[in-house]
Design a protein around this ligand. Structure first.
Ligand SMILES: C[S@@+](CC[C@H](N)C(=O)[O-])C[C@H]1O[C@@H](n2cnc3c(N)ncnc32)[C@H](O)[C@@H]1O
Length: 311
């Protein structure tokens, strides 16, 4: 399904790697517009169950409408995947057959001006995925110290000019609060050295800063680590998890965690992981042509192996 909300990425590959079985229970930890969920439902219907989780109420509402022909086979939960085990306990479900994560923001969140995720539109600096959360990008930019700002730009944006940008934010916010996406992106450009002329930009300089702020506002990397660890625990034997990431910080976490659990599982423990994709799967050039936003996607897949006691 490709609706206005989001075009799902690597769908054929996800379906293939999940090894879907009739009657299985699957979790889509990042429901968005429900594109991946619908593809899964098409393949398990009329049996099985799909649990769709998203922390964005707008995603839940859209997916509810898009998936209305499958109401007997879905449970939609507004929540954060960092609480995956708690969500499953509430649903009285112990183990599941497969799990997907399609990380980051949806096209809807990026395009919807009021959500404040994009420097291409001028709006209030918000960037919350969960609209019930109080902390937003405006609070971050106007309250963090120069050192903390520089640190998140460096750590989450891998930005070379973190310190210069943080310094100018502090100077400017003393004169006037920085509350809009345009104010912030203009300021990022102003803080670059004069030699960094516009025609030398590979990507817009605000890209990395907006990514860093988004990650901090939504605590994305912490949620990812928690969510992945819980996902591995709730998988049944031979259950698979598929994770699509869109930048190196996310991909690194997935890769290292898979490797660590695979190694630990071999040495000891009740379960381990078998890494199915030695190298991440990338979208085909055809998919990228049709959906340029897919170009940075990387899919990693692992299978849970439960050890038989006494062996
Ligand atoms: C790339 S979109 C998913 C698109 C979806 N696969 C589709 O086909 O429409 C990512 C979604 O994950 C949600 N999300 C990101 N981090 C989350 C978290 N920690 N817990 C719950 N939802 C999260 C976002 O709100 C967004 O709607």
């Amino acid at each position: 399904m490709a609706n206005f909300f989001h075009i799902p990425v690597l769908t054929k590959e996800i379906l293939n790697y999940l090894n879907l079985k009739k009657g299985g229970v699957y979790i889509d930890c990042t429901l968005g517009g429900g594109g991946h969920s619908e593809a899964i439902l098409e393949n398990i219907y009329p049996h099985g169950l799909l649990i769709g989780i998203d922390q964005d109420i707008e995603a839940i509402e859209t997916a509810k409408e898009e998936l209305k022909s499958y109401t007997d086979n879905i449970k939609l939960v507004k929540g954060n995947f960092k609480n995956l085990e708690g969500i499953l306990t509430d649903l009285k479900i112990k183990t599941v057959s497969g799990i997907i994560f399609d990380l980051g923001v949806s096209f809807h969140q990026l395009k919807e001006k009021e959500r404040g995720f994009s420097f291409k539109e001028d709006s209030h600096l918000d960037m919350r995925m969960d609209l019930t959360q109080e902390f937003n990008a405006d609070t971050l930019i106007n309250s963090y110290s120069e050192k903390d700002l520089a640190e998140i730009f460096e750590k989450y944006g891998e930005e070379r000019f973190s310190k210069r940008i943080a310094r100018l934010i502090i100077t400017e916010r003393k004169k006037k609060a920085i509350t809009t996406t345009k104010q912030l992106s203009d300021l990022v450009i102003r803080s670059l050295p004069r030699t960094k002329k516009r025609h030398t930009w590979r990507i817009h300089p605000a890209t990395r800063i907006f990514q860093a702020i988004r990650i901090e506002v939504n605590q994305e990397l912490k949620a990812l680590e928690k969510g992945l660890n819980q996902a591995i625990r709730v998988l049944e034997n031979k259950g698979r998890m598929c994770v699509i990431s869109y930048h190196s910080l996310e991909d690194r976490i997935v890769k290292h965690l898979f490797k660590e659990i695979e190694r630990e599982g071999k040495d000891q423990g009740d379960y381990g992981l078998k890494i199915i994709t030695k190298k991440p799967i990338r979208p085909s050039s055809e998919e990228i042509r049709e959906n340029p936003k897919a170009r940075s996607a990387k899919l990693r897949v692992a299978e849970k192996i439960i050890r038989v006691k006494g062996r």
